[in-house]
Design a protein around this ligand. Structure first.
Ligand SMILES: *Cc1c(COP(=O)(O)O)cnc(C)c1O
Length: 440
């Protein structure tokens, strides 16, 4: 599990790194100051970039320069070299992004690169692989938008991941792209199943694991070749930065050199993050594990509560929840979640994703509920420390108007439960109010 860049002291792309600090002679011995690769992810999140910490600052400095001085020694000048020992221009690399990518490489267990957004990362993946066909399921609508743009340029054909007849049409070199857990339901997909198909067909398997950041899911363990994240969500974690991430399984990268090519192509795509975002991202990753575990735990408790309330429907008098909610969707409610040793339990042993869907009985209730809540912002996106709820029709044209998507934050879960309950109650009271007015 040792990320290779940890050992050889280079950038995840294989390009040498620069410290943007004192000259190399003043640096600590980089090989002995590396964190042992056996460290716990929570420790790596704090220490994976220690060797880039060449100032006395404890908190990483923010570097804003877009351009970096060439060596002052004329004999050290190599014309037209992007691979010198220092940063050159921030479209190629820059100190804050290198730090962020170093920590991501340790946490994702494969060399990682960042992009200006999740969709920019997905675009870069399609440019790298240039597949003839992509098998893709439901999930985040924006990725389908990127596929449509690339199709316009290359004739890329879209196949349906859920359709066996479409999977039979896959050819070597095609791409299978699996989003798990899936937007907006939070239900998971079996990566090992798709890895077997990818092997049989000679396809590349990529996974959009945005909804299950570390430590919840480790896609490389289940045969995924390239992991994509919208780092805007859990990596950023505070709803204040856009970020995309691609990481390549180390064995695949050793054979194909994809991360180096991605880094070279990113120079011309121009889709790099800004330095402030790189700085924010590094700061955020320090707390990734505690945030995600708390969010996952909160979501599990809320879903279990809602599900329990819905089950009361039969027999007992229906509670408030059952009168307004049709059903709840989440990985914890998939049948395999209850089966010991199931693919779902194996692939997500540390908890479920912190996003779930609530399908309301009435579309009108789905539209109104967010305005009746005090602790949930009515907003799109997810992954931040603050809980969000979205009437999903606001941002996804293809979705039923009864669907609410919930992104659970790190608040006390009982407060979130009570807020939802008073929101459901106020829907029922308003309805009663309307009926009385109509009757009178
Ligand atoms: C948000 C999101 C994206 C797109 O990421 P941006 O950072 O907004 O470009 C892609 N996939 C999933 C699953 C997402 O939630």
């Amino acid at each position: 599990m040792a990320p290779t860049s940890e050992i050889n002291g280079t950038h995840p792309s294989g390009l040498p790194i620069d410290e943007a600090g004192p000259p190399p002679s003043a640096l600590p011995n980089t090989t002995t100051s590396l964190p042992p690769p056996t460290l716990h992810p929570a420790t790596l999140a704090i220490h994976a970039d220690d060797r880039l910490n060449t100032h006395t600052d404890v908190a990483p400095p923010l570097h804003t320069s877009t351009t970096f001085r060439y060596p002052s020694d004329p004999t050290a000048l190599t014309p037209w070299s992007n691979t010198g020992p220092t940063h050159i221009y921030s479209r190629i690399s820059s100190p804050n992004l290198t730090r962020l990518e170093t920590v991501l490489t340790a946490l994702l267990h494969g060399p990682a690169l960042t992009y200006a957004s999740g969709l920019a990362a997905f675009h870069a993946l399609l440019v790298l692989l240039n597949p003839r066909r992509i098998a893709i399921g439901g999930g985040y609508h924006g990725c389908h938008g990127v596929v449509a743009l690339v199709s316009k340029l290359t004739g890329l054909a879209k196949l349906d991941l859920e359709n066996p007849a479409d999977l039979a049409r896959l050819q070597p070199g095609d791409l299978i792209h699996v989003e798990t857990p899936l937007n907006p339901t939070g239900e998971a997909r079996d990566l090992a199943f798709y890895a077997a198909i990818a092997r049989e067909k000679g396809c590349v398997l990529s996974c959009d694991a945005t909804f299950a950041p570390p430590p919840l899911l480790e896609p490389f363990r289940w045969g995924v070749d390239v992991v994509m994240h919208s780092g805007t969500k859990y990596f950023g974690g505070h709803s204040d930065m856009l970020c995309g991430v691609l990481a390549v399984r180390p064995e695949v990268d050793a054979e194909k050199g994809w991360v180096r090519r991605l880094a070279e192509e990113r120079v011309f795509l121009g889709s790099v993050m800004g330095s402030l975002e790189g700085w924010l991202g590094t700061r955020s990753l320090r707390t990734l594990e505690v945030r995600v575990q708390r969010q996952s735990d909160n979501a599990g408790r809320l879903v279990a509560w809602l599900d329990g309330e819905l089950r009361r429907r039969e027999g007992e008098e229906g509670g408030v929840v059952a009168r307004v909610v049709e059903r709840v969707q989440h990985a914890s409610l998939q049948p395999e979640a209850r089966e010991e040793g199931s693919w779902l339990r194996q692939q997500m042993p540390r908890g479920w994703g912190p996003v779930f869907s609530v399908v309301m009985r009435e579309a009108d209730d789905a539209r109104v509920l967010p305005s009746r809540l005090h602790l949930f912002h009515h907003a799109t996106s997810l992954g931040g420390v603050e809980s969000l709820i979205e009437w999903r029709a606001m941002s996804d044209a293809s979705i039923a108007k009864t669907v609410l998507r919930v992104s659970v934050g790190i608040e006390g879960w009982e407060d979130l439960r009570d807020d939802l309950l008073q929101g459901f109650r106020s829907l029922l009271e308003e309805r009663k109010g309307t009926t009385t007015t109509e009757a009178s």
